[in-house]
Design a protein around this ligand. Structure first.
Ligand SMILES: [Zn+2]
Length: 412
């Protein structure tokens, strides 16, 4: 075992242990006493249910992580990488096509192994807690569409990256950077109009009291209301949500039909105001820019490692190749990726607070916003008392009580 193998092995195990530790701390925070802010929103029965939901999901998470860790170690030390390499090389194709097959098989195995857990999560756990609305037909067509999309969208990009590193020499990393950046913009641009409608129906807001309320708010902050859509989220789950997507003339704010059903008009306006806050404060643009910078940094490092023999030795490969180098480098990069991910979460949580502030300032309805957050948390059985370390590792949003307290503080 060489030095690189030891780094990767330690990173895998440390990541597993760290997340299980955070989960255990998180479960220990569960308390029978309902936080005062939620009196009247959650009844004791519902609150107990939310805690059970967290326990059940945490346990499934442990099983999945332990299983994945075991599979990767068995494949790695059982010399799965060189065996697969030997086999795809026997097809006698060019390096780019061979790479696509290599990636394709690994992705295929990974997807197959994930199916039982995803079926269990959707139909057993979500079903038991009354969230699941996914039929088997929807589930199966979702998976098939997902596979087709990753082939159609991911295949050409992967082929381009393989070709650049194969043929463009030292320039490859920044050629790849430009290609992935253009690609990311392209996908973001067409996602709301071409990709997302493959999975859900999007309808413009219907005329009525909600539309007029949103119209008058949107006008006050100069946002075109024709970009507000309703999505049939109820097709898969009774959980509710709202989000912002796309940019330019394709930008959209999307409200789940489940959200509209469970919230008052005043509450919905504050939810919408929060999403517009992300847009007005340029959060979408900033997080994309950070993603692009991270991609550049990663490709730059990759250019040093892609033909480094030690990386291939770590996985028992005698022959170097661009495709295997990409996969092994991704594993070597995972500790750095972990820290970058934590940093991105910190930025994301700050942005969420800023979007909340924007919503309170522009709607002047802090109470409606607080009520909306409480309703959302209760309907989705959110954990009200996460452990700070768990939040630090996993949360893209501040915990709901923190948000409510910040909003109430703003109101004073
Ligand atoms: Zn947000």
């Amino acid at each position: 075992m060489n030095f690189i193998a030891i780094i990767i092995l330690v990173a895998f195990v440390a990541d597993f242990v760290l997340h299980v530790l955070a989960d255990m701390l998180n479960l220990r925070m569960l308390d029978d006493e309902l936080p005062a802010e939620f009196e009247g929103t959650y009844d004791p029965e519902q609150y107990r249910k939310s805690q059970k939901y967290l326990q059940v999901n945490t346990r499934l998470g442990w099983v999945v992580s332990a299983f994945n860790l075991m599979v990767i170690l068995v494949f790695w030390f059982g010399r799965g990488f060189p065996m697969l390499d030997h086999w795809v090389r026997s097809w006698n194709q060019g390096p780019v096509f061979t790479g696509l097959i290599y990636f394709g098989f690994l992705a295929f195995f990974k997807a197959i192994l994930a199916i039982p857990f995803s079926v269990y999560a959707t139909f057993v756990i979500e079903g038991r807690f009354g969230f699941n609305r996914t039929t088997w037909t929807t589930y199966i067509t979702d998976r098939l569409k997902g596979v087709l999309l990753s082939i159609v969208l991911g295949g050409p990009l992967l082929a381009a990256i393989l070709a650049f590193f194969e043929y463009a020499g030292t320039n490859a990393w920044w050629y790849c950077w430009i290609a992935t950046t253009l690609y990311m913009f392209g996908v973001q641009f067409v996602a709301p109009t071409w990709i997302m409608p493959l999975f859900n129906k999007f309808a413009p807001l219907e005329s009525g009291a909600l539309k007029s309320a949103i119209l008058s708010y949107a006008n006050s902050i100069h946002f075109p209301v024709k970009n507000v859509y309703v999505m049939d989220g109820s097709k898969r789950s009774s959980k509710s949500n709202a989000f912002f997507t796309g940019f330019g003339r394709h930008k959209r704010i999307v409200l789940f039909d489940t959200l509209i059903k469970q919230h008052s008009i005043a509450q919905l306006v504050t939810v919408l105001a929060h999403e517009m806050g992300h847009y007005k404060k340029k959060h979408i643009f900033i997080s994309m820019a950070l993603g692009i910078l991270q991609m550049g940094f990663m490709l730059f490092l990759l250019s040093f490692f892609i033909s480094y023999q030690g990386l291939f030795d770590a996985f028992y490969l005698q022959q170097t190749s661009v495709y295997a180098g990409l996969i092994f480098f991704a594993m070597l990069f995972s500790p750095l990726e972990f820290f970058l991910g934590v940093l991105m979460q910190i930025i994301s949580r700050k942005n969420e607070t800023a979007a909340d502030r924007f919503a309170v300032e522009t709607t002047a309805a802090p109470q409606a916003m607080v009520d909306a957050l409480k309703r959302l948390a209760a309907d989705n059985l959110s954990n009200l008392t996460p452990h700070p370390f768990y939040v630090f590792l996993n949360y893209s949003h501040p915990p709901v009580l923190e948000r409510i307290r910040a909003i109430s503080g703003e109101a004073r």
